[in-house]
Design a protein around this ligand. Structure first.
Ligand code: ADP
Ligand code: GLC
Length: 486
């Protein structure tokens, strides 16, 4: 049995802001069903504790520089048998709302301390320096919030192996030099070969430089981040570590995202009962105050309203889109300027464009089930889960040819259609014209009911659950563990 300590800053259903939460809440469960012994370590955020159910204190530890002890609260990830450890230090984590941002959308001013603390606790557990008997063979860290873990573990003798997964290279955890001093990190880490990034402290570099293995969430993104266009200034480092870097496609939680038994949607349906998708379209139109027109194409979009997701492109394309016979529903939250611009556009096109600003799990499921097509014209996309949910729900994705979108959606070109492989519409460029052309292509395809249904079914029947990808992670862990013993 391999013991894995899974360290992340969010995990569904305890706390989630995006796809990382989905992955950290489902991959460990999938690994466990492959007989790995996994423990999930998360900060004890106020909301996570509230949702966690029964918790008991299983360890107390002292972290240098903190006036009070840190407690480890043990529970189960709700709805699963996964043992979950919450790092309880109220001054750092007991505050309501978003794990990273305050109510004005600004990063919490003490984020460097908060995630350094998570790292110190992970390292203490990894080295067996608590009264807990369990010790990991591998520590699997995710994104910048956990970047210090591999850096702090690297010099230790008889330490577990480390894996660092990049879910998004654009978020790097950059802080001023004073934070480095305040955190009391070993002086040797202040170097361009370690945590320094152009005069700043970079948390993500801790993972990128020091982890034994690097992964990212799709094979295409693994290649893209080694280029200046997608490398966010770290492509040189990633090229140097290319031999240790690979891409493993994300899976989805096939129980929560299943149109045949989704409690949030108006009527369950499946590839065999496609006609039952229609009541979901009507329910979605009603929910968003759009006319209940069954013949009008309904396009959905769900996501963080940030540049990555191509929101500016959607805004620029709106005048053209609104000339087409279609309705558009958008659910999202994020940058205030995008939120305001989308609200203003919705007021301009009543009955055609409906926007809900906010985070709403139920509406996300309703959109996946009710829309005919799903729009995801991202500038970059490490993997993307929404297009996978769309495929599972027979909602044809319209995506850009980047990252995980390129790896998961098969374009409806003539050859792919003939071969019965097509599942969506892929656009190559990030221009208004290209997006309009892709939407026009989708609208034209939808008129050919036979082909359209074939595309829906092809996507719905594809297995995007964790089965294959979790096995890939497990192989990677086993190789690392065997390599260390030799
Ligand atoms: P990212 O992680 O970059 O945000 P993904 O496509 O990987 O993108 O994952 C996004 C996840 O967050 C999906 O589960 C999606 O449904 C969810 N999500 C994003 N925004 C919202 C929202 N406003 N309301 C509900 N769910 C949302
Ligand atoms: C990141 C990426 C997204 C990916 C998710 C989970 O937030 O933006 O593409 O699906 O992480 O790995």
């Amino acid at each position: 049995m391999t013991n894995i300590l899974f360290v992340a800053s969010e995990a569904h259903p305890l706390i989630k802001t995006g796809g990382l939460g989905d992955v950290a809440g489902s991959l460990p469960v999938a690994l466990q069903s492959l007989r790995a012994d996994v423990r999930l370590l998360l900060p004890a955020y106020h909301d996570a504790v509230a949702r966690a159910g029964r918790l008991k204190t299983v360890a107390k530890l002292t972290v240098p520089g903190l006036g009070a002890p840190v407690r480890i609260l043990e529970g189960r990830l709700p709805g699963t048998p996964l043992i979950t450890w919450l790092v309880d230090f109220p001054p750092a984590y007991d505050r309501p709302g978003n794990p990273y941002l305050d109510s004005l959308g600004q990063p919490w001013p003490d984020n460097a301390m908060r995630f350094a603390l998570l790292a110190h606790v992970a390292v203490t557990l990894a080295l067996g320096r608590t009264r807990l008997k369990w010790r990991p063979d591998v520590v699997h860290c995710h994104d910048w919030q956990t970047g210090l873990v591999p850096a702090l573990l690297a010099p230790k003798k008889s330490r577990p192996a480390t894996v660092f997964t990049i879910h998004n290279l654009a978020y790097q955890g950059l802080f001023p030099h004073e934070s480095f001093t305040a955190l009391g990190l070993p002086a040797s880490l202040w170097s361009p070969d370690a945590l320094e990034f152009h005069g700043q402290l970079s948390f993500i570099k801790g993972g990128l430089v020091f982890a034994d293995r690097l992964t990212t969430v799709s094979p295409t993104y693994a290649r893209e981040i080694q280029t200046p266009e997608f490398g966010s200034g770290l492509d040189g480092l990633l090229r140097r570590r290319a031999g240790r870097l690979s891409g493993i496609l994300n899976g989805i939680n096939g129980e929560e995202w299943d149109p045949a038994r989704d409690p949030f949607i108006a009527k369950p349906y499946s590839a065999r009962r496609l006609q039952d998708k229609l009541p979901n379209k009507l329910a979605l139109q009603k929910e968003f105050g759009l006319p209940g027109e069954t013949q009008t194409s309904l396009i959905g979009m769900v996501g963080r309203l940030v540049q990555q997701k191509g929101i500016d492109l959607i805004l620029d394309t709106l005048p053209g889109l609104m000339h087409r016979p279609l309705q558009l529903v958008i659910l999202g939250s994020g940058e205030a300027s995008y939120e305001a611009a989308l609200r203003a556009q919705a007021a301009r096109y009543p009955g055609r464009l409906a926007v809900h600003i906010g985070y709403d799990e139920r509406l996300a499921h309703m959109i996946e089930a009710g829309a005919d097509m799903f729009l995801m014209p991202s500038r970059f996309e490490p993997c993307g889960l929404n297009q996978l949910y769309s495929l599972r729900y027979g909602t044809i994705p319209i995506v850009r040819h980047v990252g995980g979108l390129a790896d998961t959606v098969v374009d409806a070109g003539e050859a792919n259609l003939k071969a019965g492989k097509a599942t969506g519409v892929v656009l190559e460029e990030k221009r208004v014209g290209a997006l309009l052309a892709a939407v026009d292509r989708a609208l034209a395809l939808q008129k050919n009911t036979r082909r359209w249904k074939q595309m829906m079914r092809t996507g719905m029947r594809h297995d995007f659950t964790w089965r294959r990808s979790a096995a890939q992670y497990l192989r990677l862990y086993l190789r690392l563990v065997r390599g260390k013993k030799r």
